[in-house]
Design a protein around this ligand. Structure first.
Ligand code: GLA
Length: 372
């Protein structure tokens, strides 16, 4: 057993395939070069002491026996959740000092939570000598969020964070968990992927996310299918006739059409036609805004301003209700887009957005610590 070990995990941006991962659908995320590092050191008692470089109020201190879902609150719950899941599965997790350095912005739709749980899982794998694959660790991290923190998210973020590869997007089938790395090099197309953080924070635990998940599960039950993945665009006229509820119909139309858009985007990327993916991004945003109702005034303002200033496509990324937009922008239009977005946000009285050109990066990795 190692007495000290570390894990480092990136945030992720979802290029396309939003709100499909809890219906067995397709997603196409990539990792970004903003990372969270978790270092754990084994203690001789059974206490857990967790502190974060980004939280002046830390450390949080408790005993391993005290762990129970829903407690403590805040970032420490994500670390505690991973430890709790492993203990539930019979792993003898020792007392630990846990140091977190989280460089993925929180609430920006970039999955800071998956970065934290996956980095924690990787560090624990080493100190507990676990023979677990990257996919196994992703599922531990997912359970920590679902069962401990109480966010009913799907599996996209954890798998993206664990298994992403530089200069590629991860084409993931969330039903079979089969994935494939698809080359994604915007610079080879004189284009850039720009993440624009609206500054409006989202909180997936707030209920609207859970509500969306419940409605697609209800629709699947009414339509007598295991999940919405079983439906294709050709089935939509029949779905329309079978669902009286207008809201449920719109939710289904989003999920089914979004799965199609992911397949179309993958086909275009395989063909070397990145620029043609732009209109699919924009169509995804319109569907998320009008049918799935997870956008916000801030996100819509940014998307509209991007398109008016020459972006090839733009959409909200992540759970929605705030957070970030991903825009595909011709390199020559970048400055115009930045200026137009900043201006539009100011005119609308929104927070000042921040801009980060992103490049698909590598997924999570073990970190060698001096005494490991
Ligand atoms: C959040 C969840 C993911 C996924 C997205 C929406 O990021 O964590 O599992 O459902 O929302 O696509």
């Amino acid at each position: 057993m190692q007495v000290r070990a570390g894990g480092s995990a990136p945030g992720r941006v979802n290029l396309i395939g939003e709100h499909t991962d809890y219906s067995g659908g397709f997603v196409l995320p990539f990792a970004v070069d903003m990372r969270t590092t978790v270092t754990v050191t084994v203690r001789s008692d059974n206490r857990l002491r967790m502190w974060s470089h980004q939280d002046a109020a830390s450390p949080a201190e408790l005993s391993l026996q005290q762990l129970h879902p829903g407690w403590p609150e805040g970032w420490a719950a994500y670390v505690a959740g991973v430890i709790w899941v492993l203990r539930e599965e019979g792993v003898a997790v020792p007392g630990l000092d846990v140091e977190v350095d989280g460089r993925v912005p929180i609430g920006a739709g970039l999955s800071s939570s998956a970065a934290l749980t996956c980095a924690s899982a990787l560090a624990l794998k080493q100190v507990c000598d676990l023979r677990l694959s990257a996919a196994d660790l992703a599922l531990v991290a997912l359970r920590a969020e679902n069962d401990y923190v109480g966010v009913p998210c799907g599996v996209m973020d954890q798998l993206a964070v664990m298994t992403a590869r530089a200069d590629h997007a991860l084409f993931l089938d969330t039903q079979s968990l089969v994935s494939e790395h698809i080359p994604l090099r915007p610079d080879g197309h004189d284009a850039e992927l720009l993440v624009i953080d609206t500054g409006a924070r989202h909180r997936l635990a707030d209920g609207a996310y859970a509500d969306r998940r419940r409605s697609v599960e209800r629709a699947a039950a009414l339509l007598d299918v295991e999940s919405l993945r079983a439906l294709s665009v050709a089935d939509l006229p029949l779905v329309r006739r079978r669902l009286d509820d207008e809201t449920l119909w719109r939710r289904v139309r989003h999920v089914v059409s979004e799965n199609r858009r992911v397949l179309d985007a993958v086909a275009l990327l395989r063909d070397g036609r990145l620029r043609d993916v732009g209109p699919l991004l924009t169509a995804s945003h319109v569907s998320l805004r009008d049918d799935f109702a997870v956008s916000s005034a801030e996100l819509d303002t940014v998307v509209d301003a991007c398109l008016a200033a020459g972006a090839l496509g733009a959409r909200l990324t992540g759970g929605g209700f705030g957070g970030s937009v991903i825009a595909l922008v011709p390199a020559t239009a970048r400055q115009a887009v930045v200026t137009a977005v900043a201006q539009a946000a100011q005119v609308a009285g929104h927070a000042t957005p921040t801009f980060a050109p992103v490049r698909p990066s590598d997924g999570a990795a073990e970190v060698r610590t001096p005494s490991s």
